[in-house]
Design a protein around this ligand. Sequence first.
Ligand code: PNS
Length: 216
Amino acid sequence: MTTLRTNTPNCHLHSCPHRIFYSRLFLRGPLKPVSALYPGSFDPPTNGHLDLIERGAKIFEELVVGILRNTEKSPMFSLAERLEMLKTLTAHLKNVRIEAFHGLMVEYAKSIDATCVLRGIRAVSDYEYELQMALMNRKLEPTLETVFMMPADKYSYVSSRLVREVAQAGGPVKGLVPEVVEQKLREKLEPAYRFHDEMQEGRAPGAKEKKRKRKS
Ligand code: PNS
């Protein structure tokens, strides 16, 4: 075993209480601050996304939230709307930047000097897809590491797809998405929400009939 001597008298790495500090400094050099990319569709951003951004902002020097400009899917929210919502939601996080990207995620990560990709894992069901994606990205760019973090368990069932589904039927999304997003969903899906509310209040055509049938 090699012992690294320092200039401090009687201080050998294996016995020095500061050996972790010394080993970092002399053997590997100080660890570099990491810039990470959190890519996704964010259609719309949910409380789970925001939770992960806040966690990521605590451990990375800089966190870039990259919104995929996906030309194949037709998103509910335009790229401009998603950019605006996420910028508003993360305004309090000084080391977080919101950007849009297209094409290969690994190439975009390289272009912004991100050495790490952040992804959220909610349940075992996410794992297979995320593992496949992480390994494909590693094949494309071996120097880019993927780091998985878990959102708070109260958001473990929240996904953009389910939020869209509930909102499209005029259902409540309070607590699943930030208020700004909830408001945008209400504006975008105004007829669905109006119809849902009228049904609940028994004002929609056929609502009373439906209620009667349910009771009998
Ligand atoms: O929020 P999502 O839809 O789960 O995010 C998926 C995303 C945007 C991270 C992924 O589809 C992606 O990185 N797309 C960019 C194109 C790419 O690099 N594809 C190869 C991924 S293995």
